[in-house]
Design a protein around this ligand. Structure first.
Ligand code: PNS
Length: 162
């Protein structure tokens, strides 16, 4: 069984992330979306909330499940009996960091491969940070994230303002 792990902070999941998940699910028997629990970036949503938002967004993808993890990504991948990490590349600016991470992960566990998937051009300008900034500033972010989670994100931002 081929299992691919798609790791990230997903604070929150965007249309770009969802596109990568769908395309990966078409290539592998199972895609495990792995949410980093304790990110250095102080997340807006707790790990449990981020998992729930992703679960809502992928409910029509039967071979996708969502977990959260702490510690090294390669240890999480090994514990899942997987050998592939999926990363999305939006632009050349992502490459330098992702290249370093891929080499570091290869050094930590040579059995694990990183596969890069080029982001759909329609989503290449979207990031979780951009979505949060637009939402905080009262702009329309409805087509930047999965429609199933739009209200959850709107409510969270509203609560943060109270
Ligand atoms: O969505 P992000 O914030 O770009 O995701 C980054 C993530 C979670 C993929 C990365 O920070 C990670 O793999 N963290 C786990 C800790 C780890 O393994 N670090 C060393 C090798 S990258």
């Amino acid at each position: 069984m081929s299992i691919a792990v798609y790791p990230g902070s997903f604070d929150p999941i965007t249309c770009g992330h969802l596109d990568i998940i769908r395309r990966s699910a078409a290539l592998f028997d199972e895609v495990v979306v792995a949410v980093l629990k304790n990110s250095a970036k102080k997340p807006l949503f707790s790990a449990e909330e981020r998992v729930r938002l992703i679960e809502k967004s992928v409910s029509d993808i039967p071979n996708c499940r969502v977990i959260h993890f702490d510690g090294l990504l390669v240890d999480c991948v090994k514990a899942l009996n997987a050998r592939v990490i999926i990363k999305g590349l939006r632009a050349i600016s992502d490459f330098e960091y992702e290249f370093q991470m891929a080499q570091l992960n290869k050094k930590l566990n040579p059995e694990i491969e990183t596969f890069f998937m080029v982001t759909n051009a329609n989503y290449s300008y979207i990031s979780s940070s951009i979505v949060k900034e637009i939402a905080h500033l009262g702009g329309d972010f409805s087509d930047l994230l999965p429609k199933e989670i739009y209200n959850d994100v709107k409510e969270k931002i509203k609560k943060g303002r109270l």
